[in-house]
Design a protein around this ligand. Structure first.
Ligand SMILES: Cc1cc2nc3c(=O)[nH]c(=O)nc-3n(C[C@H](O)[C@H](O)[C@H](O)COP(=O)(O)OP(=O)(O)OC[C@H]3O[C@@H](n4cnc5c(N)ncnc54)[C@H](O)[C@@H]3O)c2cc1C
Length: 418
């Protein structure tokens, strides 16, 4: 069986950044496996600009952003295989993959980095009453059809869910000549970034129906009509029905980290993030298996994916080079009131730098509140927050001193400003 120091699974922005960082930190033997026919991942279908503002201080399109990393990967002669699907990984770090040239192959790795991205919740995941005609598809699928294959999936379109992909597709379909009749969001606030609401809906006069959902899909072979209704606490309000004649319904109702192979290997997933539970080094519960990017938790900005994956790459190289200190004590990070989750879920003080960044999402929209940081239940610091929304990932930096002073846990919660 062929041996590698590090096998990276997935060639999106996370996999590319992680593989490069592993190499820059002295590891020669690396293999990156990507199931698609090109490296770049989801970035390849995101032809709008807005990528790279933090990492490159430039506004790039998705493919341009990916290209910078692909060029560096080639320069550094990192081995990669495309059209190679990883089907299984084991606790002993054997990676099984398949491709047309080699058939089924097993390779032995010293360490593995999981960067398999995420998938979209589809019509089967949300129960919409009505028939099941053609023309109901996820916003990401519609984006791929349009931006990569050149097909416009409809001319009269409605979008269910106000996640970023749906908002971006509302603008994109409008620019291609389709009429976007509206976006319905079951929650009282949008699931997308504020900048996307302004630039993709308001600038094109596309109505956003908050606290509304689709309650019926009508059509024989193809979708013909949908019924949109207001909801009160998720229950449709009688008498508020609106009918829209459509030929496509796009769903933008959430992304889920893709972790089939991780789960099968015995990697523990977090109930909220649906990604692996990791420590400060992005290491999962299986020693030598790391995770980052959208496979770990859903990110809205690629720059955050790159930064996180670089750190995972550095930690993985440290592990391979025998410099990772085996955890002797750990501090758990706990999401309290108003916080949905925190990544990483634990910190081993021996492996952290002078500070550590925690990433989190809040459970609701909050205005003029504080983030309260507690060490072992005792308040140590407050951070003022003007506006918080579940769509926007938040970051808190903990100092080495704060982590070292903790015996068991560091918690964060949202509290009304005193
Ligand atoms: C529609 C959309 C619009 C966005 N717009 C913006 C924006 O405007 N600005 C911004 O900064 N960010 C944006 N983002 C966010 C950002 O682009 C993503 O968060 C980031 O690119 C995710 O990178 P990733 O590598 O984690 O995942 P992906 O890019 O999804 O890469 C995962 C890769 O793993 C591969 N893979 C999965 N399973 C296997 C397997 N078993 N074997 C082999 N390969 C496998 C996949 O084929 C894929 O190539 C957007 C995201 C989306 C979805």
């Amino acid at each position: 069986m062929k041996k590698y120091d590090v096998v990276v699974i997935g060639g999106g922005s996370a996999g590319l950044a992680a593989a490069l960082e592993v190499r820059k930190n002295g590891v020669e033997s690396i293999l990156l496996l990507e199931r698609d026919s090109e490296l770049g991942g989801i970035l390849l279908q995101c032809i709008h600009n807005g990528f790279g503002l933090k990492v490159f201080k430039e506004e790039l399109t998705g493919p341009e952003y990916a290209e910078r990393f692909k060029e560096e990967l080639l320069e550094k002669n990192i081995d990669y295989k495309i059209e190679s699907m990883v089907t299984e990984i084991t606790k002993d770090k054997i990676v099984h993959y398949a491709n047309a040239q080699e058939g089924f192959v097993k390779v032995q790795a010293k360490a593995i980095i999981i960067t398999t991205g995420c998938y979209e919740r589809n019509a089967g995941a949300i129960s919409i009453p009505g028939s099941r005609p053609a023309g109901v598809l996820t916003a990401g699928t519609a984006q791929k059809y349009l931006n990569i294959d050149g097909y416009l999936v409809g001319k009269k379109v409605f979008i269910l869910g106000s996640g970023d992909i749906g908002l971006i597709m509302a603008r994109r379909m409008t620019l291609e000549g389709a009429e976007v009749l509206g976006v319905a969001e079951i929650l009282p606030f949008s699931g997308g970034l504020q900048r996307n609401i302004v630039q993709c809906l308001e600038d094109y006069d596309i109505p956003l129906y908050l606290s509304h959902t689709v309650t019926n899909i009508i059509g024989e072979d193809n979708i013909e009509k949908i019924v949109v209704q207001q909801v009160d606490n998720f229950v449709p309000v009688p008498g508020t029905e609106m009918e829209f004649e459509v030929d496509a319904l796009l769903l933008s109702v959430g992304l889920i980290p893709e972790n089939g192979i991780s789960e099968a290997a015995g990697i523990k997933l977090h109930p909220r993030t649906k990604g692996p539970i990791v420590n400060e080094s992005y290491q999962t519960n299986i020693e030598g298996i790391f995770a980052c990017g959208n496979a770990l938790h859903v990110h809205d900005l690629v720059d955050f994916v790159t930064t996180e994956s670089r750190k995972a790459g550095i930690a993985c190289a440290k592990y391979v080079n025998g410099k990772y200190v085996k955890e002797t004590s750990r501090v758990n990070t706990i999401a309290e009131n108003g916080i949905s989750y925190i990544v990483p879920q634990s910190i081993s003080p021996l492996n952290m730098d002078k500070s550590i960044e925690l990433f989190m999402r809040v459970t609701n929209v909050f205005k003029n509140v504080d983030f309260v940081i507690k060490v072992d239940g005792k308040e140590v610091r407050r951070l003022k927050k003007k506006h918080l929304a579940p769509a926007e990932m938040e970051k808190v930096i903990l100092t080495e001193k704060e982590v070292e002073s903790a015996n068991e846990s560091i918690s964060i919660e949202v509290e009304e400003r005193k």
